[in-house]
Design a protein around this ligand. Structure first.
Ligand SMILES: [Zn+2]
Length: 269
């Protein structure tokens, strides 16, 4: 009895479905309008029903979503691009608001991710660096006047800040500053520039001053007269190279002594 009933009701259902399909095929436009009208009128209810269903069938919903995404990859990417393009301003504003409101949280999760994925972190860094450089160069080429005016204005408005920062940076990174300053001067007079670190020379010379032959105290910092400095044996101004072979460790005081008289132009750190 039961099976019969089931069979019967199924048949009825099947007939109904077939009828509906036929009607739909013959009245596509009308069906669409009806559908839209129905959706508009019952929007909230449809949405809340869907939400409820999703909540009650979480796992299934996630699977369905993944399945759908896999099956419609191309369309989704086209659609997303189109949507993002149309809503560019709004989206970037939304993103900015979110970033501003969640700065600490974002920084923390970024740091966590980078700490846990050192390989990725390196990759991102390198990619990001190249991209940033390329973008910066392009921007500069296209907006030269603007960039220069802005830079000038910024410098003029931040004289004290920049000076303080520079002093602090030099104190904290004596090696870097010395190197870049040497490079800059060497570039100016087109000398050969070798890449090396100042501390490398100091270690090579075993912390013995090349001018007076006495020990140099590692702990002393510029501008202490007994602190370490890099001496160019043939001064850059006389055509000497900024190279390992042409440099030596010297006390700052000894270095300055040999420089008085204007023979050497070495600016010292
Ligand atoms: Zn010395």
């Amino acid at each position: 009895m039961e099976t019969l009933l089931q069979k019967d009701s199924l048949t009825v259902k099947e007939i109904q479905a077939a009828r509906a399909r036929a009607w739909y095929a013959a009245n596509k436009e009308r069906a669409k309008l009806n559908h839209e009208k129905y959706y508009k009128e019952h929007k909230d209810k449809i949405r809340s029903d869907a939400k409820e269903w999703q909540n009650n069938n979480k796992e299934r919903f996630i699977n369905l979503k993944a399945q759908y995404r896999d099956a419609h990859k191309k369309e989704i990417s086209v659609y997303t691009k189109k949507y993002n393009n149309i809503n560019k301003k709004e989206l970037s504003h939304k993103k900015k608001v979110y970033r501003d409101g969640n700065r600490e949280k974002l920084q923390l999760s970024y740091k966590l991710f980078m700490d846990n994925n050192p390989e990725k972190s390196k990759e991102y860094y390198l990619n990001g660096r190249d991209k940033k450089r390329a973008y910066g160069k392009k921007y500069y080429r296209e907006n030269k006047e603007k960039v220069l005016t802005y830079a000038k204005k910024y410098r003029a408005e931040h004289v004290a800040k920049r000076r303080n920062y520079s002093i602090k940076y030099k104190q904290e990174n004596p090696d870097v500053v010395t190197r870049s300053s040497h490079n800059r001067r060497a570039r100016k007079i087109k000398a050969t520039i070798e890449k090396f670190s100042v501390s490398e020379i100091y270690e090579r010379d075993r912390w013995i001053c090349g001018l007076c032959g006495k020990k140099v105290n590692k702990a002393l910092k510029h501008p202490h007269p007994q602190s370490a400095s890099l001496d160019h044996i043939i001064p850059l101004s006389k055509g000497g190279d900024h190279s390992r072979a042409n440099t030596q460790l010297a006390h700052l005081r000894c270095n300055i002594k040999t420089n008085t008289g204007g023979i050497k132009q070495t600016r010292l750190f």
